[in-house]
Design a protein around this ligand. Structure first.
Ligand code: GDP
Ligand code: MG
Length: 597
């Protein structure tokens, strides 16, 4: 296909604005799959992605389209993750295409992730076609949203395409807009191979599959390629395009998107953003901007049942096959035994991994409080990266502790603004800006990430009845007056519950923790003191009163089924209990205690 008949694009949108539905429609209209193969949201392949309606891994699909000008075009749609945790993957995907469809729900308008994602597209110099979706809804207000797009994003929206991805209205106009308004790719056919490694994933049958964008030259089966950052050399055993089915092709030329396999063992051997070239005829210069994704949030994961340890290790190994940004290292905890310290790109990433471990591998896990990465400067001048509050060195040897800060953008209907400002203020936020996007307020805050990792997002959603949207970017590390808060149950410190907090909130957080644990730890045969401490100083205390053992006592004899059910429930509960000295703490207590609601 000549370059002038190729168009490469991505779709950017806030979650739920209809990106996946539109992608499905485009695939359907261009016949990439027959009806039988066409199930909803074909691009979101993982179960969790489908259920949560989020896209984790970038995928791509090649569409064939005969335009109104009578010519046949190849349209490559690259699907990008819509969430901030995967910002690096988003920017790599954007670098692989020339244009974006900016999908905005015409009944909702511009949201925080609309902005974050469209800025990625603008950074990649994309031509942008605004698409107003859901015009079938009575609440759709096309003119208002066009004005919003122009005011807030600063791009012309007068030619926005009005569609309903649900009913199929206007999809033909989207296809024409892709052909007529987005630029064709450019690139030399005769130059040495230069390709961008966009993504890779592990396939049970094929092994590691690598998604590439050819910039210059040609990629074909049998060729020996070199990954420029790692220096590794591989022989290509398959070159293909995805329609989204894998279809082998003879070669991929400039401007094309495709995949290859090359007996690569692990996804970790491929670096997103790397440049791929031909081993014996390498390109003179690698593409700019390769940077490995860094974990931002850490937590400990421990099996509830110690005998599940090996199974947990195997499961994590399997997940890592497909996700090089997830890291884990063995860890031992006095309270929890053997487990792993795990690193994640962000909170959603953490949640996804935890959920997959319990769902796909049927593992019962205890997760410790998520922690950000602190920089601890020692009096000796050395700087230590602290991933686990339990490892905090002796305070006498510390000169300062620096914590990561983020720049957050929140969009909200006016009526929730007051409560949101208070939430940000309570979390040590510094307000940077407040403006209006139509009828919605847009606030920009600097916040310490450590205040956001707990339940900031849940709180934000609940005080705004789900209407506020949130997005953030990591900014820098700043010095903070941080102390280690320890929780003692029956005079024993529970290392899994220790955390670094700002001194100003230590007491209130310690108190809330004790109050919660009092509710969450079931009564035992003896009295259990629960204490919060900073260093050796107790700052809060609660007591779990003693109780009689016979749980069926309150059934007053009689109903035997009810009695049996209660006992079964108790037995099932036992499985999720963890022994601390002579005290049993339910797994749920850990999770709930760490939500600061
Ligand atoms: P994504 O998160 O951007 O991928 O959004 P989805 O494509 O998953 O769509 C989110 C929800 O909006 C789903 O329930 C869709 O059925 C619905 N939806 C998508 N497009 C339209 C549309 O044009 N009209 C209406 N009424 N609903 C739509
Ligand atoms: Mg989606």
């Amino acid at each position: 296909t000549p370059l002038k008949n190729i168009r490469n694009f991505s779709i950017v949108a806030h979650i739920d604005h209809g990106k996946s539905t539109l992608a499905d429609r485009l695939i359907q209209m261009t016949g990439g799959l027959d009806l039988r193969e066409m199930k909803e949201q074909v691009l979101d392949s993982m179960d969790i992605e489908r259920e949560r309606g989020i896209t984790i891994k970038a995928q791509t699909v090649r569409l064939k389209y005969r335009a109104q000008d009578g010519e046949d075009y190849i349209l490559n749609l690259i699907d990008t993750p819509g969430h901030v945790d995967f910002a690096y993957e988003v920017s790599r995907s954007m670098a692989a295409v020339e244009g974006s469809l900016l999908v905005v729900d015409a009944s909702q308008g511009v949201e925080a992730q609309t902005l974050a994602n469209v800025y990625h597209a603008l950074d990649a110099n994309h031509e942008i076609v605004p698409v107003l979706n859901k015009v079938d809804l009575p609440a759709a207000d096309v003119d208002r949203v066009k004005t919003q797009i122009e005011d807030v994003i600063g791009i012309d929206a007068s030619d926005a395409v009005e569609i309903s991805a649900k009913t199929g209205l206007g999809i033909d106009k989207v296809l024409e807009a892709i052909v007529t308004r987005l630029p064709a790719p450019r690139g030399e056919l005769d130059a040495p191979l230069k390709a961008l490694l966009v993504d890779s994933w592990y396939d049970t049958y094929l092994g590691v599959v690598v998604l590439v964008r050819i910039i210059e030259g040609v990629m074909k089966k049998g060729q020996k390629i070199r990954m420029m950052a790692s220096g590794a050399v591989y022989e290509l055993d398959r070159v293909a395009v995805t329609t989204p089915k894998l279809v082998e092709v003879k070669e991929l030329g400039p401007g094309e998107l495709g995949v290859f396999t090359a007996s690569i063992k692990e996804v970790a051997d491929t670096n997103v953003g790397d440049t791929i070239t031909e081993d014996k005829k390498p390109t003179a210069q690698a593409l700019p901007g390769f940077r490995p994704a860094q974990p931002v949030v850490f937590c400990g994961l421990f099996p509830v049942d110690a005998s599940d340890f090996d199974e947990l290790r195997a499961a994590m190994g399997k997940l890592r096959l497909n996700d090089a940004s997830f890291s884990f290292e063995m860890e031992t905890s006095a309270a929890l035994g053997f487990g792993f310290r795990c690193g994640f790109l962000g909170l959603l990433h953490l949640e996804i991994i935890q959920e997959r471990l319990s769902r796909e591998f049927d593992l019962d896990l205890i997760a410790t409080a998520p922690s950000v990465v602190y920089e601890v400067e020692m009096t000796s001048g050395e700087t230590v990266q602290l991933h686990n509050p339990a490892d905090l060195p002796d305070v006498m040897k510390i000169r300062e502790i620096r914590e990561p800060w983020i720049k957050a953008t929140i969009l909200t209907p006016d009526e929730y603004l007051g409560a949101i400002l208070k939430l940000c203020q309570d979390r040590r936020g510094i307000q940077k800006n407040l403006s209006y996007v139509g009828a919605r307020a847009m606030v920009e805050y600097e916040l310490p990430l450590n205040e956001v990792v707990f339940d900031f997002y849940d709180r934000l959603k609940s005080i705004s009845k789900g209407y506020a949207s949130f997005d953030y970017q990591l900014a820098e590390h700043r010095e903070g007056d941080l102390v280690k808060l320890s929780i003692l149950v029956n005079a024993e410190p529970v290392d899994a519950l220790s955390m670094l907090v700002h001194r100003s909130v230590a007491e209130s957080r310690g108190r809330i923790m004790c109050e919660k644990l009092k509710e969450l730890i079931p009564p035992h045969l003896f009295v259990i003191p629960i204490q919060a401490a900073i260093g050796g100083k107790i700052i809060a205390r609660e007591t779990v009163r003693a109780m009689r053992k016979d749980v069926t006592a309150k059934c007053y004899g009689g109903d035997a089924t009810r009695k049996r059910k209660l006992l079964e429930k108790q037995k099932a509960g036992k499985k999720r209990m963890r022994q601390f000295g002579s005290v049993e703490i339910p797994q749920e207590a850990f999770i709930k205690a760490l939500k600061m609601g």
